[in-house]
Design a protein around this ligand. Structure first.
Ligand SMILES: Nc1ncnc2c1ncn2[C@@H]1O[C@H](COP(=O)(O)OP(=O)(O)OP(=O)(O)O)[C@@H](O)[C@H]1O
Ligand SMILES: [Mg+2]
Length: 384
C-alpha cells in the first residue's frame, strides 16, 4: 500500500481554548454553509476525548469512526468518511471513545495529519476539543488556517489569547527546532515561567540575534504569518468591539500575530431545539439571524483565502515539496546573482523553504526566474 497522496484541499481547524463556547456548532454550521455553496466539505471530529459531532449532524447509527482508523481496522481516513443528509457534506466521526484516542502519540498524530491532507475535498474542517494540549495545538498549527471561537467572557477571551500564544510557540518549535542552538532555546520557551509573557518573544528574538543575527527577522515573520481567524459567538455587536480590540492589540504588540477578526454570531436560544440536527437550524426561521451573520463571516474568510491562494492556483505552483525539490530550490537560490538577492537574503529565503516553500517560489517568480520544478505539472504553466 502506497503513502497517501496530498490532494490540496484546505484544512481549517476550529479551536477556542475554552470548553462549551460553540466550537462544534460553528464547525458544523461553517461546513454546512460551505457545502451549500457547492464546495465539497468533510467535517472531522477531532475532539478525541469528547466527540459529539455525530449527534449535531444527526448521524446516530453506528458508523465507522476514527476509532477504527486509530486501531488499524481500516487503512485510510478515506475509509471512514460517512455521507450526511446535506449534499456535498461528509463527515468523519470521532465516536467510540478509547483512552488511547484522547492524546495520540506523536507518530499517530503525524499519520493523522498526513491522511487529513490526503482526503479528497475542497475543505476539511476539523473540530478540536477544548483546552490546549499538545495534540490540539499541533492540529491547529498544521492546518492551513485556524478559526478561534470565543464568547464575550473574560475567561474565554483569556483562554483564546493563551491558545494563540501556545500555538505560536509550537509553530516556532517546528520552524527552528532543528537549528542547533536556537532549537534548544525554542524548546525551553514552553518551560519559561510566563509571569510577564509579553517579554518572551522579545527575549527569544534577542537570543536569536546573539546566536544567528541573520535568522532573527524570520522569528517575526513566523509570527506575522500565523494569522488565525477570530469569531465571537453569542454576542451583540457593541459588546464585541472592546474585547476584540484588546485581544487583537495584545496579539499584535506582544507576539506580532495578526488576528483576522471575521465577525460575530448572535446568541440564539432556539439552537437548543436543533442539537440533533444543527444543519436544520440554519434553514429554520429561528436560525435566520445566525445564518445571515455566518454568511458574512464565510464571505470574509473566502476573500482572505482567495487573496492568499489566487496566485498559487493560477500559476499552478506545486503543492508538494519533497526533499529533492527543496534541495534543488536551495541550490537555485545559492546560484542567484548577488544583484537579485544579497547573501544574507539568500540565507533567509533558504530557511523559508522549510515553512513556506510556495512563498519562495512566488518570490523567485517575482524576480523573473522560471523553472519547471516550480510547477505542479510542466505543461500548464504560464501559457496565457
Ligand atoms: N450562537 C449560539 N447561541 C446560543 N447558544 C449557543 C450558540 N452557540 C453554541 N450554543 C450553545 O452552547 C452549547 C455548546 O456548544 P458547542 O458544543 O458547540 O461548544 P464546544 O465549544 O464545542 O464545547 P466543547 O468544548 O465541549 O467541545 C450548545 O449546546 C448550544 O446550546
Ligand atoms: Mg465541541
Amino acid at each position: 500500500m502506497g503513502e497517501p497522496q496530498k490532494k490540496g484541499g484546505h484544512i481549517l481547524a476550529v479551536a477556542g481554548g475554552k470548553g462549551g463556547v460553540g466550537k462544534s456548532i460553528f464547525s458544523v454550521t461553517l461546513s454546512t454553509t460551505l457545502a451549500m455553496m457547492g464546495y465539497r466539505v468533510i467535517v472531522v471530529d477531532l475532539d478525541l476525548g469528547g466527540a459529539n459531532l455525530h449527534t449535531y449532524l444527526g448521524v446516530m447509527e453506528k458508523t465507522l469512526s476514527l476509532y477504527h482508523f486509530i486501531h488499524k481496522k481500516v487503512a485510510t481516513l478515506e475509509d471512514i468518511v460517512v455521507k450526511t443528509p446535506i449534499a456535498n457534506l461528509s463527515f468523519i466521526s470521532g465516536a467510540h471513545y478509547s483512552p488511547t484516542m484522547s492524546s495520540p502519540a506523536a507518530e499517530l498524530k503525524v499519520k493523522l495529519i498526513r491522511h487529513l491532507y490526503a482526503l479528497d475535498a475542497d475543505f476539511i474542517v476539523i473540530d478540536l476539543g477544548a483546552g490546549m494540549d499538545l495534540s490540539t495545538l499541533d492540529f491547529f498549527i498544521f492546518s492551513d488556517r485556524g478559526f478561534l471561537v470565543t464568547v464575550p467572557e473574560p475567561a474565554a477571551v483569556m483562554n483564546a489569547y493563551r491558545f494563540i500564544q501556545g500555538a505560536l510557540f509550537r509553530k516556532m518549535v517546528t520552524v527552528f527546532g532543528k537549528h542547533n542552538e536556537i532549537g534548544t532555546i525554542v524548546r525551553d520557551l514552553g518551560q519559561v515561567d510566563a509571569q510577564d509573557e509579553s517579554v518572551m518573544l522579545n527575549w527569544f528574538i534577542n537570543r536569536v540575534k546573539e546566536i544567528d543575527p541573520e535568522v532573527s527577522p524570520l522569528v517575526q515573520e513566523v509570527s506575522s504569518r500565523f494569522q488565525p481567524f477570530l469569531v465571537l459567538n453569542r454576542i451583540a455587536y457593541e459588546q464585541a468591539q472592546r474585547l476584540v480590540e484588546t485581544l487583537v492589540r495584545h496579539c499584535r504588540d506582544r507576539y506580532a500575530v495578526d488576528i483576522r477578526y471575521l465577525g460575530n454570531l448572535p446568541d440564539v436560544r432556539a439552537i437548543t431545539s436543533f442539537l440533533l440536527d444543527v444543519p436544520g437550524f440554519l434553514k429554520s426561521d429561528s436560525g435566520k439571524a445566525y445564518f445571515l451573520s455566518l454568511k458574512s463571516i464565510v464571505r470574509r474568510f473566502l476573500i482572505d483565502l482567495h487573496d492568499a491562494n489566487v496566485l498559487t492556483e493560477k500559476l499552478n505552483i506545486r503543492k508538494e515539496f519533497n526533499e529533492k525539490t527543496l534541495d534543488a530550490l536551495s541550490k537555485l537560490i545559492d546560484n542567484l546573482d548577488a544583484s537579485i538577492v544579497s547573501d544574507a537574503g539568500k540565507k533567509l529565503w533558504k530557511l523559508r523553504l522549510f515553512f513556506k516553500p510556495a512563498e519562495v517560489v512566488k518570490f523567485l517568480l517575482s524576480k523573473g526566474i522560471k523553472q519547471d520544478i516550480f510547477f505542479e505539472s510542466d505543461n500548464l504553466h504560464l501559457k496565457k
